[in-house]
Design a protein around this ligand. Structure first.
Ligand SMILES: O=C(O)c1ccccc1N[C@@H]1O[C@H](COP(=O)(O)O)[C@@H](O)[C@H]1O
Length: 216
C-alpha cells in the first residue's frame, strides 16, 4: 500500500488543484504569522470553502502553533477544518483541553532529534487521531516546522504507536523512498520539498512528489 501524503503550506487554488489532481490524501494550511506560508483565518476559510465545493472527501488541515482559546474558537466556528495540526510545544494536558474545546480531530507534531524524543509521544495518543514526527528546529529558528530539515529516519523503525503517524521534515521526491524504507512510515507530510522558494509551491514538484509516493 503506497503511503498517504499530506501536502502542507498550501495557499493558492492553483497548488490545491495540482495536489488534488495527483491524489493528495490531506491538504494543510498554515496559520502562523512568522511563516512564509501564513494564511490569515479569513483567507484559509475562503480557500477551504472553495475546495469543498469541488471536493468533499480530502481532509483539510489547519496547522497552528500553541493556539490560544480565541484562535481555537475561530477555527471551530469560522474556519471549520477537518483536522487541526498542533505544531508547537502544546503539553498533553493542553492537547486534551483542545480536543474538549473544539471537538475537531487533532494531529500532534513532535520534534525529533534523538530516540528519547519519541517517548513523550505516547501521552498525546489518547487525545489525537494522528501523530506527526518532524525534525527538531534549531533553537534560533523562527519556525517550528517547514524548514526542510530531516532527522534520522531509522529512529522511527522500532517506534510502537497506538495512533497512525506522519513522517515530516525535509522530504522530497528524491528522498521519500529511502525515508519510507528507513522509517517504516505509511504517511508522509511535505512542505518545502514541493516549493521553488519559501512559501511558493511548485506544481511540478507537487506532482513529482505525489507520483513518487503513489508508485511505492
Ligand atoms: O510550514 C510552515 O511554515 C510551518 C509553520 C509552523 C508550523 C509548522 C509548519 N510546517 C510543518 O512542518 C512540516 C515539515 O516541513 P518541511 O517539509 O520540512 O518543509 C510541514 O509539512 C508542516 O506540517
Amino acid at each position: 500500500m503506497p503511503p498517504k501524503v499530506k501536502i502542507c503550506g498550501i495557499s493558492t487554488l492553483e497548488s490545491t488543484k495540482t495536489a488534488l489532481n495527483d491524489s493528495a490524501d490531506f491538504l494543510g494550511f498554515v496559520h502562523f504569522a512568522k511563516s512564509p506560508r501564513h494564511l490569515p483565518l479569513e483567507a484559509m476559510s475562503g480557500l477551504m470553502q472553495v475546495i469543498r465545493r469541488v471536493n468533499v472527501s480530502t481532509p483539510l488541515v489547519s496547522v497552528v502553533v500553541n493556539p490560544d482559546d480565541d484562535l481555537l474558537a475561530a477555527l471551530k466556528n469560522d474556519v471549520r477544518p477537518d483536522l487541526i495540526q498542533l505544531h508547537g510545544k502544546e503539553s498533553p494536558e493542553r492537547v486534551a483541553e483542545i480536543q474538549r474545546l473544539t471537538g475537531i480531530p487533532l494531529i500532534k507534531a513532535i520534534s525529533v532529534s534523538e530516540k528519547a524524543d519519541l517517548a513523550g509521544a505516547h501521552a498525546y495518543e489518547p487525545h489525537v487521531d494522528y501523530m506527526m514526527f518532524d525534525a527538531k528546529a534549531p533553537k534560533d529558528a523562527a519556525l517550528p516546522g517547514g524548514l526542510g530539515l530531516s532527522f534520522d529516519w531509522s529512529l522511527m523503525r522500532h517506534h510502537v504507536a497506538a495512533k497512525p503517524w506522519f513522517l515530516a521534515g525535509g522530504l522530497s521526491s528524491a528522498n521519500l523512498s529511502a525515508a519510507v524504507q528507513e522509517s517504516g512510515a505509511s504517511m508522509l507530510d511535505v512542505s518545502s520539498g514541493v516549493e521553488s522558494a519559501p512559501g511558493i509551491k511548485d506544481a511540478g514538484l507537487i506532482s513529482d512528489f505525489l507520483k513518487a509516493a503513489k508508485s511505492l
